[in-house]
Design a protein around this ligand. Structure first.
Ligand code: F0G
Length: 482
């Protein structure tokens, strides 16, 4: 966002866009919200969007498109093979990442499927700063395992470390020596980290990871799905980069990588994805899977209209005024909640504002899913849909025991260019109310627990009648307010 100072001395994030298409919202009364939350098995993934006032589930595929993106969609060249739209997409991705080879896929996890299928063998180990749910599922599906090597500061909810997503370099090198480089198909950098609060890595740390990979001749791969936030944080927080442009920072990062993949549901403000590669042998290993799983090589399962939107969206991801909107709104929300005593992850990262559910609900143990319980309580209190990022989002251990998450978080994602600051103020207000009434909130139990990615369709029930008490307190405090 532009550097605009307020005469009053206030510091507010100022939107550098105007809204020209709107969608009406619905806020059901609190009793209805309690009913709907239970119809949805106390799982915010199972709510109907029509019943949601602020959809803060994700910033994936729900960001507002620009006028230029919408205009570009009209000139899409619809062809099964060899469309001009594909040529425009390849040219843009090459311009941004500077890599020769490109394969289109329909979204980020499709890239992960192809990468894992082509590169991971049983017994392989994939080091990464932190895992993402779908990434880990694809690697373990192929018989590989994931090792998380993020610096210890990452797991402290509050400190002033500007790059909590950084790799612990000595641990990376020790792991490579222990398992042997031949068992490591690639090192994966997630910039920024999804499950621990959208925390970024510094450019310097990426250089150090790259130096280790070069020393042991291991591929370095970047998951660039959340790169736009990370680029902003490098420019804003890394002293050595403050005079670099976003494009220059992107070029430096890309030069360190062998493979870059991305979900264009986030990076590119549209829906789709892709894999960029520096080496032809990697392209040859993966190419055959595209027509098998995705679609022909010139669309990879994407609609050409979305591909045109991605081409423009990628340019917009290089514009600091545009990419700062998310992080600055998130920082505003996190700082305001912190001032009111609500436990949030600080410094604020990208993606969304993350509530620290273990500190919020100290009385709810891990096995009663505090982050899931807080997600259900927040929907009841406000009509806001967040996403559990805690123990529910983990896979159970092989012996069936729970794998407790390092952090129990309720993520309130900030779809880009979608909500106004007064809507964010409403979210802050209802979270503060919930915090003041936290003793009323209890835990959840599974009623139906799927064995894979259980957080998507698992159904839960409240333990006891805490939701009735919460609704009664809401009525007492807010009267007939929605
Ligand atoms: N990698 C990262 C870092 C992600 O955040 C995501 C998606 C993916 C890969 C998979 O991409 O959804 O296009 O298949 N994150 C979404 C979220 C789902 O809500 O955080 P996808």
């Amino acid at each position: 966002m532009a550097n605009v100072k307020f005469f009053s001395g206030k510091s507010l994030p100022l939107e550098m866009h105007k809204v020209r298409i709107v969608q009406k919202l619905n806020l059901p009364p609190v009793e209805k919200r309690q009913f709907l939350m239970n119809e949805a098995g106390n799982n915010t993934f199972l709510l109907q969007n029509r019943d949601v006032f602020m959809d803060m589930l994700t910033d994936s595929g729900v960001n507002a498109m620009s006028d230029l993106q919408q205009a570009a969609m009209l000139r899409a060249d619809d062809a099964y093979a060899g469309s001009e739209t594909y040529n425009r997409m390849v040219t843009k991705v090459r311009e941004i990442f500077g890599m020769e080879y490109f394969l289109p896929v329909h979204q980020g996890r499709a890239a992960e499927n192809i990468l894992a299928t082509a590169l991971v063998k049983p017994g392989d180990v994939v080091p990464m700063n932190f895992h993402f749910t779908t990434t880990k599922a694809h690697i373990t599906r192929m018989g590989g395992s994931v090792e998380e090597l993020v610096i210890p500061e990452a797991l402290e909810p509050i400190n002033d470390c500007p790059f909590k997503g950084n790799f612990d370099i000595p641990r990376l090198e020790a792991l490579i020596q222990k398992v042997g480089p031949e068992h490591i198909p690639f090192v994966r950098i997630e910039a920024g980290t999804n499950l621990i609060g959208g925390q970024p890595l510094s450019l310097q740390n990426m250089r150090e990871v790259s130096a280790v990979c070069k020393k042991y001749n291991i591929r370095l791969m970047l998951d660039a799905s959340l790169l736009q936030d990370n680029l902003y944080f490098i420019k804003a927080r890394e002293e050595a980069c403050k005079n670099m442009t976003i494009r220059e920072i992107t070029a430096e990062i890309s030069a360190l990588m062998d493979i870059i993949y991305f979900s264009a549901r986030k990076f590119g403000f549209a829906r789709g994805g892709g894999i960029s590669m520096r080496h032809q042998d990697d392209e040859l290993r993966m190419k055959e899977f595209i027509p098998l799983y995705e679609g022909f090589l010139t669309y990879g399962g994407m609609s050409v209209r979305e591909m045109e939107a991605i081409v423009v969206g990628l340019d917009e991801s290089m514009d600091e005024d545009i990419i700062s909107q998310g992080p600055l709104f998130i920082q505003y929300m996190a700082n305001e909640l912190h001032k009111r005593g609500v436990p949030v992850i600080l410094p604020a990262g990208g993606l969304g504002c993350h509530l620290n559910a273990s500190a919020f609900l100290e009385h709810v143990p891990h096995e009663q899913y505090p982050a899931g319980a807080l997600a259900a309580a927040l929907y009841i209190a406000s009509g806001i849909r967040g996403m559990e990022r805690g123990t529910l989002s983990e896979q159970r251990n092989e012996d069936g025991s729970e794998r407790y998450a390092e952090l129990e978080l309720l993520r309130l994602a900030m779809p880009r260019r979608v909500y106004t600051l007064s809507q964010v103020e409403y979210a802050i207000d209802r979270v503060e109310w919930l915090y003041n009434n936290r003793h009323l909130i209890g835990g959840l139990n599974f009623v139906e627990e799927p064995s894979v990615l259980r957080f998507f369709f698992g159904r839960l029930e409240p333990i006891g009648d805490w939701q009735d008490k919460l609704v009664a307190k809401f009525r007492e405090d807010f009267g007939d307010s929605l």
